[in-house]
Design a protein around this ligand. Structure first.
Ligand code: PMP
Length: 447
């Protein structure tokens, strides 16, 4: 398996020296919080199957729901037909989503959920007699996926620069990255959120030509688990209202309990105009995504086909009943196992362990939002000087953790903590012990 993997599989994002040189790990089984490789080694899944897994691997109730669905209906189409599971799931999503989101447009992954959101917002204004509203406001450091539209509204140069000529330009607002504030503010309690003032300035200039603003609410994920200040998302909502700009919340990573609430927007008491969901929607089992909208957006698309009012977008596997059955089983588990309530202790414990990491010499900042954490490693904690990129400290820490039975993926020199929400306190202790030991082993060794 490992030989064939090296020979044939083109892994995403991972053509990096250390990974290439390390032994490929081929996962063959999952058990709760653990994944097991072809050699029988067990690893705690510290990335929750790339930020998707909620209830652990091979959760009996979800497995059974999927098996039952396979024996009933594996796929049909939402073009001109409905299927029971897609309908029931839409109903459930509307019940738990921020109030006012009442329509569900299905697709297959986070990028398409965002791509659809952007296309809907664009077309919406065409139908409102404001065809000049064609642009988007996006945030520096944002990540919304890898399709062309999703990349266009992204803001991570490293990933996106090579595709620049293919992308549509956006108006970029500053990232709410307090640790590396682009205005040089160090006192985040008293900065008055200068980044928001800049956002407002951009809106003042451009509102007449802006269709929508895209935001990862509460946490910029792939940009480094950058946690926004309290009230930031609420203020963005107010600004969008004031300047007549549609707010698109990309909850692909933060949705489904990850921040401690079912959806991040809920924590700020707001409803976006459009919300993109994927990853945790099926608890990490199957590819599925949903773009949710308000009635106002939906109504703008009612009309004759030849009037071009229809939303011309649809994927083959949209609303797949097996994926929807998995999602329904996951939502049942949220209720039956009172999952959100059970997170309080874990979030508190994680906070304690992260706090303790501040004592470690090369830990620059620890950031946490619910069951998400980012640990930024720096060369010099005093000056915040980063480790040079070529040293690949983050990857080495993760490889060290792998030797200790933990699978992690870094974001540059930021160590990400994103385990299944079902992780036990003992497992969380094992994870944080391993992370601390790995950070010390790599960073203290080199100085
Ligand atoms: N939006 C966010 C916030 C994400 O974190 C991701 C994936 N990491 C995506 C969109 C893209 O999702 P996918 O990889 O399923 O296309």
């Amino acid at each position: 398996l490992r030989e064939y993997d090296r020979a044939h599989v083109w892994h995403p994002f991972t053509q990096m020296k250390e990974w290439e040189e390390s032994d490929p790990v081929v996962i063959v089984r999952g058990e709760g919080t653990w994944i097991v490789d072809s050699e029988g080694n067990r690893y705690l899944d510290g990335v929750a199957a790339i930020w998707t897994n909620v209830h652990g691997h091979c959760k009996r109730e979800i497995n059974e729901a999927i098996k039952a669905q396979v024996d009933t209906l594996e796929h049909s189409t939402l073009l001109g037909l409905a299927n029971d599971k897609a309908v029931l799931l839409a109903r459930r999503l509307v019940e738990i989503a921020p109030p006012g989101l009442c329509k569900v447009f299905y697709s297959d992954n986070g990028s398409t959920a965002v791509e659809i959101s952007v296309k809907m917002a664009f077309q919406y204004w065409q139908h409102q007699g404001k065809p000049e509203k064609t642009k988007f406001i996006s945030f520096k450091n944002a990540y919304h996926g890898d399709t062309i539209g999703a990349v266009s509204v992204g803001g991570i140069d490293l990933y996106h620069a090579v595709f620049r000529p293919l992308l549509f330009p956006t108006i970029q607002a500053p990232a709410p990255y307090c640790y590396r504030c682009e205005f040089g503010e160090r006192d985040r309690a008293n900065c008055g959120m200068r980044c928001l003032k800049e956002l407002e300035r951009l809106m003042e200039i451009h509102a007449h030509e802006v269709a929508g603003l895209v935001i990862e609410p509460l946490v910029q994920g792939a940009g480094g688990m950058i946690v926004q200040p309290d009230g930031f998302v609420r203020r963005v909502r107010e600004l969008c209202d004031r300047y007549d700009i549609l707010m698109i919340a990309d909850e692909v990573a933060v949705g489904f309990g990850r921040t401690g609430a079912m959806f991040a927007c809920e924590r700020e008491g707001i409803t976006p105009d459009i919300m993109a969901l994927s990853k945790g929607i099926t608890a990490g089992y199957l590819p599925l995504a949903a773009t949710m909208t308000t009635q106002k957006i939906y109504d703008a698309f009612i009309g004759e086909y030849r009037e071009m009012k229809t939303f011309f977008h649809g994927h083959t596997f949209t609303g797949n009943p097996i994926a929807c059955a998995a999602a329904l089983a996951s939502l049942d588990l949220f209720e039956n196992e009172r999952l959100l309530d059970s997170l309080t202790n874990k979030i508190g414990y994680l906070a304690e362990r992260l706090q303790a990491l501040n004592e470690v010499r090369h830990v620059g900042e620890v950031r946490q939002c619910g069951m998400i954490a980012g640990i930024e490693l720096v060369k010099d904690a005093e000056t915040r000087e980063p480790f040079p990129w070529e040293e690949r400290v983050g990857i080495q820490v993760c490889l060290e953790a792998r030797n200790r039975g933990i699978f992690l993926r870094p974001l540059g020199n930021i160590i990400v903590v994103f385990p299944p929400l079902s992780i036990s306190l003992d497992e969380l202790a094992f994870l944080m012990d391993g992370i601390e030991a790995s950070i010390r082993a790599i960073t203290e060794l080199r100085t």
